[in-house]
Write a protein that binds this ligand. Structure first.
Ligand SMILES: [Zn+2]
Length: 140
């Protein structure tokens, strides 16, 4: 197989569609519990194809030397670390972040942890390269 002839952008889009189809089937499957054995087979088939695409992408980067960006596209954090990236090495985390946490504390110990928050001036470090700074410096 000539990996250079693959349309990586198209393959990425097709893979992303397969991932959401698998997730959708998985959700439907858990709702209907055991009646939907067929869904399980379909999910397995989709997972198999997704894994196959994963390994083609990994080989393209690791063995054929194609740029990660060409194969996987520009990857961004979209959830808890939305828009964040290490300014030193470009890593997407995970990062070590100093946080303030609210707990419900009883005399015998903590009972529950509530939301974990961190502000722009919280201390942050990147385990990958050791770079340290404030959260705002890691926001692009
Ligand atoms: Zn880093």
């Amino acid at each position: 197989m000539n990996l250079k002839k693959i349309d990586w952008k198209e393959l990425r889009q097709q893979k992303s569609l397969l991932v959401s189809m698998a997730a959708k089937l998985r959700d439907e499957d858990s709702e209907r519990v055991k009646s939907a054995r067929k869904n399980e087979e379909e999910v397995d088939a989709l997972d198999g194809l997704i894994n196959f695409i994963d390994s083609i992408q990994d080989d393209a980067v690791d063995k054929s030397g194609l740029a990660e960006k060409t194969v996987f596209g520009e990857v961004e954090n979209e959830n808890c670390l939305a828009g964040m990236r290490c300014p030193e090495c470009g890593g997407l985390g995970p990062f070590e972040i100093e946080t303030a946490t609210t707990v419900t504390m009883a005399d015998t110990g903590s009972l529950a942890t509530h939301d974990i928050e961190f502000g722009a001036f919280a201390h942050i470090s990147c385990p990958r390269c050791g770079h340290e700074g404030k959260v705002w410096q890691f926001v692009r």
